[in-house]
Design a protein around this ligand. Structure first.
Ligand code: COA
Ligand code: AMP
Length: 630
């Protein structure tokens, strides 16, 4: 079947389409139907089925006699080590960890926070939770203690699984003190923690609360998989919204498994047994779906890479990993390739490694600029496929089905709608625009399997964030257009979310932190264009009217405050002091106009602006830090 036929078969009979896909996974009890439309806003998939994700990702491969095949390869240039884990070993270690958790009272529906670096134990922790029906929530290591505390308070976990440290180039990130601080700050205290002590730096343990990972696992009796309902939450993943409070995206068990399994062949063109590499982090949705779950559900070998595209030790790092482990498909963010291209513009380091095994490069996480795609195509000599998705969806909304046909790549486009996604481009009034015209990209309800059914503890926020503006549609928060051939072009966010090095950040959160500085009267944070990271946050600060304030000092303190409260991942390094913020007469800060000025783009003077001269002072301040150049 071609892409067009697959899409049409979904559209003409979605129920049959999804029931056929459900054959790809094992069930303890098959679902009676696919879609369970609960109400106008809420729907679930395969709800009356019973299944277990860990069984499908691990046990069934062992049961099929493939226990000796590699499941995970931990390639860690920062510790100069490579560790290989077979499906058989993965099964033993996960079953033991799950048994130990069960013995400690963790069961179906209990939450477990996982705060770990890129090590195989992070994947094992996720699978162990899935095995016993516990709901995991992985928190990215680049977040500060405060952000971890916010997630602890929202998820109310029974325990936290962690490691003593992570390793960033040139420094050790001590996780344990951050974990201690987060637990201290949080009002909901987890009952216990399990900490993997890494050789590079061991954490100080708190008697009676912190358990040693190895002792904990060794004392555990292997346990069986616990079947859960199809709509049971597999995990919660927090992502940035427009406010400081992150959104807890819920991933439903069965829909997640069914679609991820299907994408491995149809989208990524992978056959079981082959090596797949998603160079992301388990703390992000790409890491959940394509480092942990999808490759394992499909019986592939997944690479857990603890390193960077450059600097660990050089810009040939990706080529070495591909060649050493016979990687067939690489999935990463465009920023990683921009980083390599910047250091090695002619890709001279490629000559050191034979990467003829690599068939396709997949890019996602941020807009892929045509320059980067063409550079990769030119030097690698393989198709480079951009695709678009979100934490909320868990799998691609648009892309190319590379396992189905050799589809044409259009530069600047992230491909065509995937089955399940009825993409519409809407104007402000909710009317569909003509092909080729810009608008908000929306998806006609119901959202397909694997997508969020709602937000954790926040049903009304789910409705107000995504469903209210355009009744009958999910608002993606992205703007763009669809061309005559059905190719989707995602251009920008319509809200105050920015994308820094493929990481999604809320300017609202950064503003809350900057505004908490005692000398700041008000502030705004916008995303400005950056050649490497796509966007970078820049702050605008209005100071309190206090005699003798040193504005440079306040700026430096605000930068430190964001690093301390949000974490280094915010990459917040630049801020300027301005006399006033540009606002509409009703008091709304004109962030998008400020961003256009910063990027040196043309802009229309907003008709509702209160004081046009405020834009001049913004431009002047931006020029002092190298932006707003025409
Ligand atoms: N734990 C602790 N700190 C972390 C971290 C982690 N897991 N990940 C990043 N950080 C820190 C970095 O060390 C850096 O700290 P610094 O300010 O002390 O230098 C800061 O957070 C910003 O990190 P980042 O934005 O990633 O910048 P970088 O300069 O370290 O690396 C790239 C730039 C492009 C090489 C890097 O962003 C990259 O590889 N991106 C790939 C994209 C990706 O993984 N996307 C995920 C979604 S697909
Ligand atoms: P996250 O939830 O962190 O995966 O971020 C999702 C957001 O990243 C989307 O809403 C887009 O704004 C952006 N994004 C992801 N992939 C792409 C892509 N291929 N092209 C353009 N933007 C993208």
């Amino acid at each position: 079947m071609s892409y067009k036929e697959i899409y049409a078969s979904w559209k003409s009979d979605p129920e049959t389409f999804w029931m056929e896909l459900a054959e790809g996974v094992d069930w303890d009890r098959k679902p009676s139907r696919a879609l369970f439309r609960e109400s106008e806003h809420y729907c679930n998939w395969y709800s009356d089925g019973l299944t277990n994700t860990c069984w499908n990702a691990v046990d069934r491969h062992v049961a099929a006699g493939r226990g000796d095949q590699l499941a995970l390869i931990h390639d860690s240039p920062v510790t100069d080590s490579v560790t290989r884990v077979t499906y058989g070993e993965l099964h033993d270690r996960v079953a033991r960890l799950a048994g130990a958790l069960q013995r400690q009272g963790v069961g179906v529906g209990d939450r477990v926070i996982i705060y770990m670096p890129m090590i195989p134990e992070a994947v094992m922790a996720m699978l162990a939770c899935a095995r016993i029906g516990a709901i995991h929530s992985v928190v990215f290591g680049g977040f500060a203690a405060n952000e971890l505390a916010v997630r602890i308070d929202d998820a109310r976990p029974k325990c936290v699984l962690s490691a003593s440290c992570g390793i960033e180039p040139g420094r050790i990130v001590e996780y344990k003190p951050l974990l201690d601080e987060a637990i201290e700050t949080a009002s909901c205290k987890p009952q216990f923690t399990v900490v993997l002590q890494r050789e590079m730096s061991k954490g100080q343990m708190t008697e009676g609360r912190d358990l040693d990972w190895n002792e904990f696992v060794n004392a555990g009796q292997p346990c069986d998989c616990v079947p859960v309902a199809g709509d049971h939450p597999a995990y919660i993943l927090y992502t940035s919204g427009t406010t400081g409070q992150p959104k807890g995206v819920i991933r439903p068990t069965a829909g997640h498994m069914v679609v991820l399994h299907w994408t491995m062949k149809n989208f990524f063109d992978m056959d079981p047994g082959e090596v797949f590499w998603a160079a992301s982090d388990v703390g992000w949705v790409v890491g959940h779906s394509y480092i942990c779950y999808a490759p394992l559900l499909h019986g592939n070998t997944s690479i857990v890479y603890e390193g960077k595209p450059v600097g660990t030790p050089d810009a040939a790092a990706f080529w070495r990993v591909i060649s050493d482990h016979d990687v067939k498909a690489l999935f990463t963010a465009p920023t990683a390739f921009r980083a390599i291209k910047r250091v090695d513009p002619d890709a001279k380091l490629l000559a050191r490694h034979d990467i003829s095994c690599l068939r396709i490069l997949f890019l996602a996480g941020e807009r892929a600029d045509p320059d980067t795609i063409q550079w990769a195509e030119h030097h690698l000599g393989i198709p480079v496929v951009d695709h678009w998705w979100q934490t909320e969806t868990g799998w691609p909304i648009a892309g190319l089905l590379m396992g189905v046909e050799a589809a044409k790549v259009k530069y600047g486009s992230c491909g065509m709608a995937m089955p399940g996604y009825d993409i519409r481009v809407l104007d402000e009034a909710g009317h569909e625009v003509e092909r080729g015209e810009l608008g908000t990209i929306a998806i006609k309800l119901p959202l397909p399997p694997g997508n969020l059914p709602t937000l954790w503890n926040a049903d009304s926020r789910f409705v107000s964030s995504y469903l209210e503006e355009f009744p009958g549609f999910y608002n993606t928060g992205d703007s763009g257009y669809v061309d005559e051939d059905g190719y989707v072009f995602v251009m920008a966010r319509t809200d105050d979310v920015i994308n820094v090095a493929g990481h999604r950040l809320s300017t609202g959160l950064l503003e809350e932190v900057v505004a908490s500085h005692r000398d700041v009267a008000e502030c705004a944070v916008i995303g400005v264009h950056d050649d490497l990271k796509g966007q970078l946050p820049v702050g605008f600060i209005c100071l309190n009217a206090v005699e003798g304030l040193d504005s440079g000092e306040v700026v430096a303190e605000c930068v430190q405050l964001v690093r301390k409260q949000v974490g280094p991942v915010a990459a917040f390094r630049q801020a300027v002091v301005v006399p006033r913020l540009p606002k509409t007469r009703s008091g709304k800060v004109l962030r998008s106009t400020m961003a256009r000025i910063a990027d040196g783009e043309e802009f229309k003077m907003p008709a509702t602006i209160d004081d046009p001269s405020t834009l001049d002072s913004i431009a002047t301040a931006l020029r002092t830090i190298g932006y707003a150049q025409q």
